[in-house]
Ligand binder design. Structure first.
Ligand code: C2E
Ligand code: MG
Ligand code: MG
Length: 496
């Protein structure tokens, strides 16, 4: 603090006779001064000097807080590495735009393998690369757009709907060519590629958080398809959430035992007599009624629930078999479908044993059907499982034969008993001589290997006749019967 009689120029004109100057300190540096003047000489005595000292401290303290807060505000809204606006700034800008009813696209641009670049070339090189990329991006954006550095190796842009270029074009013709390629960072030459995803303000969300998450989903989806850019797909998301709620419903259905078995007869094509049946699951929904498996089996498979449901179907099939048998009927062998997940699971053997015990018969009450997809992995394990199932006196059929990609030569090496020719072949056979030849070859080959052949999906007399001519043993299809509930199947058994 300075008190002086030597007054600055101009004081005399205003008849000022004394002055006191107090310094203000911010972060230990003199930031400025406050001057007090009086028209009386020697006015600033001890009392004033003490008060001025207190005032200096308080003003300095207030100023320091204010300036530091402003600095913090600035720092929080700027990415210190690139100097671009930060994620927080982007969030505030998007909130402002959303409140004003603006429309447009939030783009998320990701530098691929940025972490790897960082560990390969070091932190300094990675920062250098980020700065170079930021510099290029700055030149790509117009005044109406927003640009921010929102995460490690990630940049966000906002393209207003009024932009003449569509987001996909903007990425393909501006952002990608500008950012991809080689960067010289100090002594390193670093190659860079990008991926981008977009989500629409208003339609897909109203906050930067929501939009960036959805843009990231779109980016990941695009990357899976080896595309450079993708827009968020609302419909796919709706399908996904429908499937999640379906999964919850299916778990409840399993607990409430809402899955029921229908049975479809298999017929001996030579005699026209009942030769077997296939158990086909249905969901007896409390509100929607009977639901067909194509609506829920794929979800059961994806969630692994198919193991528990399949076990129930097999157990129920043998309970039904036993009750028909005990009622004096002659139930045929029941084929149960075994999903790939069940086939991979060791509990398959104990499930089969338990079901066989329930049936309590000396004949073969049970067989299983498996699709090619269960059979293509791990050859020796497949052979082992098939052999163990057959050792339980349970024949095995290859279901939907002809629809997979595995070669016939491979399939015939497996220890199986039956080939079930897929419905699509049966359908085309009567119209296309090529298919007729194909089915004929399969039947001959199967017979040479001592396998029986069952044709699926026979709907017409003509198809039945052709298959009989080709010496196919059994047929299954709407021509004979649709899949029916257990009590109807029992009624059908009585007429045979
Ligand atoms: P899949 O094992 O090939 O069963 C044959 C399907 O063809 C059944 O459909 C049957 O109703 C249908 N079908 C039979 N004859 C005809 C016909 O003449 N014309 C037409 N258009 N269709 C016919 P469904 O019952 O809808 O079952 C579809 C698929 O769902 C089954 O194909 C099987 O892969 C799966 N599935 C059904 N039940 C189970 C089960 O308990 N466990 C497992 N893992 N999968 C099952
Ligand atoms: Mg089947
Ligand atoms: Mg089939």
């Amino acid at each position: 603090m300075q008190c002086s009689n030597a007054l600055p120029a101009g004081c005399a004109k205003r008849r000022l006779a004394s002055c006191m100057v107090i310094p203000l300190f911010v972060n230990n540096k003199c930031w400025g001064v406050v001057c007090f003047y009086s028209q009386r000489p020697q006015f600033f005595d001890h009392f004033y000097r003490e008060r001025a000292g207190e005032l200096s401290n308080e003003l300095s303290y207030g100023l320091e807080r204010l300036i530091n807060a402003q600095e913090m505000h600035r720092l929080a809204r700027t990415n210190t590495l690139s100097g671009l606006p930060s994620r927080l700034q982007f969030e505030e800008d998007i909130a402002r735009l959303a409140a004003s009813g603006a429309q447009g696209t939030v783009l998320l641009v990701n530098i691929n393998r940025f972490d790897e670049i960082s560990s390969a070339y070091g932190n300094a090189a990675a920062v250098g690369l980020l700065r170079a990329i930021s510099q290029r991006l700055r030149t790509a954006v117009t005044e109406d757009m927003l640009l921010a550095h929102v995460g490690v190796g990630r940049f966000a842009l906002f393209l207003p709907a009024s932009e003449p270029q569509a987001p996909a074009d903007f990425v393909r013709s501006t952002v990608a060519p500008m950012l991809q390629g080689a960067y010289q960072v100090k002594e390193h030459k670093i190659w860079c590629t990008i991926n981008a995803g977009g989500a629409m303000l208003a339609e897909d969300g109203s906050t930067a958080d929501e939009l960036l998450i959805k843009a990231w989903d779109a980016l990941a989806e695009a990357r899976d398809k080896e595309a450079r850019f993708g827009m968020y797909d609302r419909d796919a998301d709706r399908v996904m959430s429908r499937q999640i709620s379906l999964e919850v419903e299916l778990r409840d259905a399993l607990e409430r035992r809402e899955f029921v078995n229908y049975y479809q007869p298999k017929v001996d094509l030579r005699t026209g007599k009942l030769a077997g049946a296939e158990a086909l699951v249905r969901w007896h929904h409390p509100v929607r009624g009977i639901i067909e498996p194509n609506e829920f089996v794929p979800v059961l498979e994806r969630t692994g629930l198919v193991i528990a449901v399949g076990r129930q179907v097999m157990q129920r099939a043998m309970e039904d078999w036993r009750s028909w048998y005990e009622a004096g009927l002659e139930p045929p062998q029941i084929a149960v479908n075994v999903a790939p997940a069940q086939f991979r699971c060791d509990s398959l053997f104990s499930d089969i044993e338990r079901a066989l015990n329930t049936a309590g018969a000396h004949m073969q009450p049970l067989s299983i059907e498996i699709t090619e997809s269960s059979l293509v992995s791990d050859h020796s394990r497949v052979i082992d499982v098939l052999s163990r199932v057959r050792a339980l006196d349970v024949p095995v059929a290859i279901d939907d034969f002809g629809t997979g990609y595995s070669s016939l030569a491979y399939l015939v090496t497996l220890p199986v008993d039956v080939m079930k020719i897929d419905r699509s072949f049966v359908m085309k056979m009567s119209q296309d001589a090529g298919y007729m030849g194909l089915v004929s070859t399969v039947v001959t080959l199967a017979h040479n290997l001592d396998l029986k052949v069952v044709a699926e999906g026979i709907e017409t007399e003509e198809e039945a006749k052709l298959l009989k001519l080709l010496r196919c043993e059994q047929g299954q299809g709407y021509l004979y019967s649709r899949p029916v509930p257990a009590d109807e199947f029992a009624a059908l058994l009585k007429t045979h």
